[in-house]
Design a binder for this molecule. Structure first.
Ligand code: PGA
Ligand code: ZN
Length: 438
């Protein structure tokens, strides 16, 4: 037997940043090394995502247990993959997809399958003395090298960082989920992070000065202040950038994750803004609102400006703003190559958010990145609101030349773990930073 075979598979329930159970997988290679990974978990989950298998047993951890997924890893999946070569990530992932047999991994659970997929990549890296991002880059290179025009060199990503949280991530009044910044003027990853920290600190002071003592942070570390409107969040961010001595639109630009799926009124097809007395906006009116903001604030990226199945609204949005800003599909695309391809065909969006657990294997994640690149779309490699100390995402962003990363804010260690990992990787990749995107 070659040294790089799967000899043992273990799994357990561990807890994520919201204290919810999630799946950790360990894969022992025959050489003796152990690869390990913890699966993340979302809150503003899209309808078309792969299924996260939960026990739904209300007598344990509020029904959120993942013991069935753990058992699926240790029994059926372990049996199928034991003895397989760790070098063949694509074959391993394909085998698990076929074994599951459903279109959304609902039989064995995307959390079970993804845990193995990630841990296998980690075990393969360790078995050969490579860094994880190097191993991911090898797989990426094999998948992408036939496509001229797709970037192949590993790259430190530009961060898109949460400043203020609303929506399902911060229980206050804002409808829009994330108000983010992009340090567009930075020329290195470290400089990007320093600028971000300056703005974050400055925003804390701005919010306190405005009377919001005891500012809470949301699930992703962004501030969760009491504000009177969605737009006031942008105004506060603008003041924070200026007070940090940075130039809005030159050093720092803004991004929004509207997460509009989660305030769509399904009866009317309109968008309900609770922060504005429950007023209902037609898709065209939502687009008008976003265009107005782009006119008045240095916004360079808008994610999920409309809902996950509002393809016609998305087309209007793309017609009006696609030439001016990055329009990112998250719930719209759910890291699925077929939905990204449809987006390109129908002229909706111009970028894709990429989340491992939306699709459920490393291979399919890389294929979605590749599909996006083939379509001329940018990619943003993204964490979930439920994260852990696992830093796989940082290596993924570098290894697949993702260009941008979205991890949340610069508070809470499950977020900083990824940034700190990128700082370490940056020491080995000097100069490889995604400049000039905006
Ligand atoms: P989620 O949110 O992880 O709660 O789905 C992240 C996002 O919408 O980008
Ligand atoms: Zn989103």
């Amino acid at each position: 037997m070659s040294e790089n075979r799967i000899s043992k598979v273990r799994a357990r329930e561990v807890y994520d940043s919201r204290g919810r159970p999630t799946v950790e997988v360990e894969i022992r290679a025959s050489a003796g090394v152990v690869g390990r990974a913890i699966v993340p978990s979302g809150a503003s989950t899209g309808r078309h995502e792969a299924l996260e298998l939960r026990d739904l047993d209300s007598t344990r951890v509020g029904g959120l247990g993942v013991s069935k997924a753990v058992a699926n890893v240790e029994r059926e999946l372990a049996e199928a993959i034991r003895g397989r070569a760790l070098e063949d990530q694509v074959g391993l992932d394909r085998l698990m997809i076929e074994l599951d047999g459903t279109s959304n991994k609902s039989r064995l659970g995307a959390n079970a399958i993804l845990g193995i997929s990630m841990a296998a990549a980690d075990a393969a890296a360790k078995s050969t003395g490579k860094e994880l991002h190097q191993r991911i880059h090898e797989i990426w290179h094999d998948l992408a090298s036939d496509d001229p025009g797709v970037p192949l060199d590993p790259l430190l990503p530009m961060p898109m960082v949460n400043l203020i949280s609303g929506g399902l991530h911060a229980g206050r009044k804002l409808d829009f989920q994330d108000f983010l910044m992009i340090p567009i003027g930075a020329t290195s990853f470290r400089a990007a992070l320093e600028m971000t920290l300056d703005v974050y600190r400055s925003l804390g002071a701005v919010l306190r000065d405005a009377g919001d003592e005891g500012v809470l942070v949301g699930d992703e570390g962004g501030f969760g202040p009491r504000l009177v409107s969605n737009e006031q969040a942008l105004e506060r961010c603008l003041v924070a950038v200026e007070r940090a001595g940075l130039r809005p639109g030159v050093d720092v630009a803004f991004a929004l994750d509207v997460a509009a799926t989660h305030f769509l009124d399904t009866d009317t097809g309109c968008y309900r803004l609770n922060s504005e007395g429950g007023s209902l906006l037609e898709p065209e009116e939502m687009v008008d609102r976003l265009v107005d903001w782009v006119d008045r604030y240095p916004i360079v990226s808008i994610e999920d400006g409309l809902a996950e199945d509002d393809w016609s609204g998305w087309r209007i949005l793309t017609d009006r703003l696609g030439g001016r800003v990055q329009l990112v599909g998250d719930d719209l695309f759910v890291t699925r190559s077929d939905r990204i391809a449809r987006g390109a065909r129908e002229g909706t969006a111009n970028a894709a958010l990429i989340k491992l657990n939306q699709v459920g294997t490393l291979t399919e994640t890389l294929q979605a990145v590749l599909e996006a690149r083939r379509c001329g779309f940018r990619t943003v490699i993204s964490a979930r609101s439920g994260e852990t100390e696992d830093t796989f995402l940082a290596d993924l962003a570098v290894g697949c030349c993702g260009g941008q990363i979205k991890v949340g804010s610069v508070a809470r260690s499950e977020r900083l773990a990824k940034y700190n990992r990128l700082l370490r990787i940056a020491e080995h990749l000097p100069g490889a930073f995604a400049v000039g995107l905006f």
